[in-house]
Design a protein around this ligand. Structure first.
Ligand SMILES: [Zn+2]
Length: 173
């Protein structure tokens, strides 16, 4: 019986791994599609910046990867909010200045390297200037790194700009 029981657990575990998209949102929370970015956000740099390095998430959380996109821009270039929100972090992380905007609904934008005079709690509208490109980290002197998290999971920020899919599915944990 012990073997059968272990096998049953394995089967259940496998089924859960194979069918994560059938998980339903907790009662009272909005459906995933309702709060996904709609492709109506704005570039955080003027015009249509070149994408130097696209989103390349690691296969596993602990592996290396690129958790955002790098947009071409020199130090001093004006940086704007891609969507409305509240500044939730301004400061240095290791070797670069970072600005984080909380858009609500579990969506967080991180922009770096960005020097900003805003403070935590500042309210920004889409297109508002939030700072300028600084120096540091892998974008040093040539780009702006834009990261976007939904419920703590990194997703491709360009999905907010280029509506390549009907909606963004909730990331699988
Ligand atoms: Zn980057």
């Amino acid at each position: 019986m012990k073997t059968v029981s272990a096998l049953a657990s394995l089967v259940v575990g496998t089924v859960m791994l194979l069918a994560p998209t059938t998980a339903t949102a907790p009662p009272g929370s909005p459906a995933a599609g309702a709060r996904a970015p709609t492709g109506a956000w704005e570039w955080p740099l003027p015009g249509t910046p070149a994408v130097l390095h696209g989103f390349d998430p690691p296969a596993q959380r602990w592996l290396a990867g690129h958790r955002g996109v790098d947009l071409a821009g020199p130090p001093g270039q004006e940086v704007s909010a891609p969507s409305s929100g509240i500044v939730s972090y301004v400061g240095r992380i290791v070797d670069r200045p970072v600005l984080v905007i909380d858009h609500g609904s579990g969506l967080l934008t991180s922009l770096e390297p960005v020097r900003s005079t805003l403070v935590v709690g500042s309210i920004v509208a889409a297109g508002d200037e939030v700072g300028i490109i600084g120096t540091g980290a892998h974008c040093d002197g040539r780009c702006l790194h834009w990261g976007l998290r939904l419920d703590g999971q990194y997703i491709d920020p360009l999905l907010t700009i280029r509506d390549t899919r009907p909606s963004i599915l909730l990331p699988v944990n």
